[in-house]
Design a protein around this ligand. Structure first.
Ligand SMILES: Cc1cc2nc3c(=O)[nH]c(=O)nc-3n(C[C@H](O)[C@H](O)[C@H](O)COP(=O)(O)O)c2cc1C
Length: 422
């Protein structure tokens, strides 16, 4: 693990400022970020320049402030695109009610919204507004939309507002906002040094050279888990079954389109892995014999004998302590999700199991979103709302990292008991 986790040194942070009375607090925020070593660029909406001048920010950062979406930089490049592409993180503070609505709608009419839309860097918004604006269903819906995009929201605080009233809507203190930005980068490296293996997609069990028994798994959930692990610093191997999405860049890919190939690939990589996440939908049954030539239509019906495939995850679960990776399984269940997930966890020696419902009004298979419940040995750990699969992956890694680190923390010698202070 790197020692300077969470450090802002050398990170490129874009601070977006919008037209709130709290814009003056963005000055402190920029100073704090710069003091911690971040390279800070400031973008402003036209309304924001009514509250604080670009000159203030330019003097603090020694960099040009982008307050015009049409502006070119010194090299005649489009200034907002340059900032969007170079950013390691974007923080919009204060974010007005209007700006939240524009972000939720995907507008790009000013420098701040254009940067936010063009960039793939993590984005933090710190809203500031009158209590009525904050509690309005439109604003709350916009906040939920932004959370759904994967953006982080630093909730406003309760206090005296510009209107003279007291309520919720006050911009969070710059210190708290900096803390959220630091945590963003701490998380970015929390899997450094770990070997992670993820299986994804479905399998196809051949009947003859052209036919197979398969399933509708798209591989999206496993790919999101592999991508998130890669972005958090792990060395990732993706054991790819049949997938409808491309494997992510920057991970090793082992193709395994049948249950037998999947078993071989998993067992081969499991002993060197720190964490194994089995998100693939591996066929439980396969035709007893695959015909080497295409089966012809005859006069009557065709009967295919199916035999049970080996239980790959249970085999990994039986590996000796010390060689067995931290093991995470998935349970896709149409009925009795909780009971089935819990017994799978117990019977197969898993550390965590992610349960998702299939076959109902919402079907996780093939979808870009998922609604999962996670169980550990002690019972239910999390019941998350419907989230984009990447968000599910991030939350799952938060849980895994926490448990993995606790299980592998070096044992500390017991301290002698201290006398109690009076
Ligand atoms: C003195 C004053 C203070 C304001 N403070 C806020 C505020 O804290 N939050 C907010 O959402 N709007 C506030 N507004 C309204 C916004 O400035 C207005 O909605 C503007 O269009 C926002 O533009 P922007 O989102 O592009 O920056 C304030 C307006 C005035 C005149």
């Amino acid at each position: 693990m790197t020692e300077d986790r969470g450090s802002l040194a050398g990170r490129r942070v874009v601070v977006g400022v919008s037209g709130s009375i709290a814009a003056y607090k963005a000055v402190s925020l920029v100073r704090l970020l710069a003091e911690r070593g971040a390279i800070v660029d400031v973008a402003m909406t036209p309304a924001a320049t009514e509250f604080v001048t670009p000159l203030t920010f330019a003097s603090l950062t020694h960099r040009r402030v982008v307050d015009d979406v049409m502006a070119l930089d010194a090299d005649s490049q489009i200034a907002h695109v340059e900032l969007a592409e170079g950013a390691d993180a974007i923080v919009i503070a204060p974010a007005t009610a209007n700006l939240l609505a524009e972000l939720a709608a995907g507008n790009a009419g000013n420098a701040v919204t254009a940067i936010a839309l063009a960039s793939r860097a993590p984005l933090v918004v710190a809203p500031a507004m009158d209590a009525g604006m904050w509690t309005h269903p439109a604003t709350q819906r916009n906040i939920e939309t932004l959370r759904g995009f994967g953006h982080r929201v630093v909730e406003p605080e309760v206090g005296a507002l510009a209107s003279g009233l007291t309520g919720v809507g006050r911009l969070a203190e710059p210190d708290s906002i900096v803390e959220v930005v630091e945590r963003l980068f701490a998380r970015a490296g929390d899997l450094e040094g770990l070997q992670v293996v993820v299986s994804a997609g479905g399998t196809r069990e051949p009947i003859d050279p052209v036919r197979f028994i398969g399933n509708r798994s798209s591989g999206k959930m496993g790919v999101a888990i592999a991508e998130a692990a890669r972005d958090r610093g792990a060395s990732v191997t993706l054991i790819a079954g049949v997938m409808s999405v491309p494997p992510p860049r920057g991970v090793s890919v082992v193709d395994a389109s049948t249950a037998a190939a999947m078993r071989q690939a998993v067992l081969r990589s499991a002993s060197g892995a720190d964490v194994l996440v089995m998100a693939a939908a591996v066929a439980d049954f396969a035709p007893k014999r695959a015909s080497s030539s295409k089966i012809k239509r005859g006069g009557g019906d065709l009967q295919i004998d199916l035999v049970a495939n080996p239980d790959i995850i249970a085999e990994v679960g039986e590996m000796a302590d010390g060689t067995r990776p931290f093991l995470v399984g998935f349970a896709a269940e149409s009925d009795e999700l909780e009971a089935n997930a819990r017994s799978k966890l117990r019977d197969k020696g898993l550390d965590l199991i992610v349960g998702n419902k299939v076959g109902g009004p919402f079907d996780a298979i093939g979808s870009d979103e998922n609604k999962v419940i996670v169980f550990g040995a002690e019972g239910e750990l999390s019941d998350w709302p419907m989230l984009p699969k990447r968000q599910v992956a991030e939350r799952l890694w938060d849980l895994i990292v926490d448990r993995y680190r606790k299980a592998h923390a070096p044992e500390r010698p017991e301290r002698p008991a201290r006398s109690r202070r009076r």
